[in-house]
Design a protein. Structure first.
Length: 360
């Protein structure tokens, strides 16, 4: 039996074809024939990737969406497949989210199926409140206009605004579907380098569910009933007040590495959100963003089936901070040793002396 839908007065009849709507002409869409049993908001997310699902859900509740001529007010309404859908877009600043912009991209690999980007810190991946333009999505639509036909412009995973490093984009719907399945099967390899506050004694695994912070809703936290999240880490290099570690992900929860490291008492250097009010290197130089870089990305090519791996060097600001920490470590060791640690009564072989030793 067909699920009943709420009706109102007659709506503007669906237009043939599809395109961008305005105040007088709603968007005319068709639900894919194979989407039977899928929620309306999810179907619309695929048909209108330039808009977030929250945005689409709001339009549904406002009565801006009709299915087969009937207004639907419930985003969870399931479709049979093949229905006509009309959407009365509320045009505002969010429309900039789907505008191509000539933003430079560091493309490290590209073919007919994939684009691999080395994302700089400061670039937002996907439009959201406060960032409706100037994003990676805007840049991708300019770089490869055919991505307008792929949901979310082919983006299958994200990096935080101030996290740098490697990110893969699918150029076709088939490739995007394949990569999503690889992420779900955990066959996509993602490794990050991170500088954690304090001395991390040894590597390990953090297996702790992550969800929305119960009080600070803009943050994530380790919470009961959250989504499963697992992060593996190993020690790469130790300094006196912080530790360079390498993290690999089994899951891809929002802010996962940042939340997990804070949970074990070693928040990221430079993290203004999870750094517990101290985002600089302890007793060291300031660093104005979280020290987190997506260093390695490995996957199976959706078409050729080849295993592929890319590596990204640390950005200059991170490399310079590490060099400063190494120099500080040498100076601290020299200061701790001092000349008084040598026993003048103990016979020591002279290895090097300044000058040639000649009184003349």
């Amino acid at each position: 039996m067909k699920i009943p839908q709420k009706k109102t007065k007659s709506q503007t009849p669906p237009q043939t074809g599809s395109g961008r709507g305005d105040d007088s002409t709603p968007l005319a869409l068709a639900a894919p024939v194979d989407c039977g049993g899928v929620r309306l908001d999810i179907v619309l997310s695929g048909l209108l990737p330039q808009h977030s699902r929250n945005r689409l859900q709001g339009w549904i509740r406002e009565g801006r969406v009709s299915v087969s001529g009937n207004v639907v007010l419930e985003p969870k309404q399931k479709l049979w497949g093949g229905e006509s859908i009309t959407v009365d877009e509320a045009l505002d600043d969010q429309c900039a989210a789907s505008t191509p912009e000539a933003i430079p991209l560091n493309v490290v690999f590209e073919d007919e199926t994939l684009i691999v980007i080395d994302k700089p810190a400061g670039l937002v991946v996907h439009p959201a409140a406060g960032n409706w333009s100037g994003t990676l999505l805007n840049a991708l639509l300019h770089h490869a206009p055919q991505l307008t036909s792929v949901p979310r412009a082919g983006i299958v995973h994200r990096l935080d605004k101030d996290t740098s490093g490697l990110l893969v984009v699918a150029k076709t719907l088939e490739a995007q579907t394949d990569l999503v399945r690889q992420l779900q099967a955990r066959t996509v390899k993602r490794e990050y380098q991170a500088l954690a506050r304090g001395e991390v004694e040894r590597g390990g695994t953090v297996d702790a569910a992550i969800g929305r912070h119960p009080i600070q809703r803009t943050k994530m936290a380790v919470v009961m009933g959250g989504k499963p999240a697992r992060t593996h880490f190993r020690v790469v290099e130790r300094f006196s007040t912080c530790t360079l570690i390498e993290c690999s992900l089994e899951t891809g929860r929002t802010h996962q590495i940042r939340v997990h490291l804070d949970h074990i008492g070693h928040p990221l250097v430079g993290d203004p959100v999870y750094g517990r009010g101290a985002n600089r290197v302890p007793r060291g130089p300031a660093f104005d963003r979280q020290f987190l870089h997506a260093r390695k990305l490995g996957l199976v090519h959706p078409v050729s089936g080849r295993s592929m791996l890319w590596k990204s060097p640390l950005p200059d600001d991170m490399a310079e901070l590490l060099e400063q920490l190494r120099l500080n470590a040498v100076m601290e060791a020299d200061a701790a040793l001092g000349d008084d640690d040598f026993d003048d009564d103990h016979e020591v072989e002279l290895i090097y002396e300044y000058g040639d030793g000649d009184d003349d």
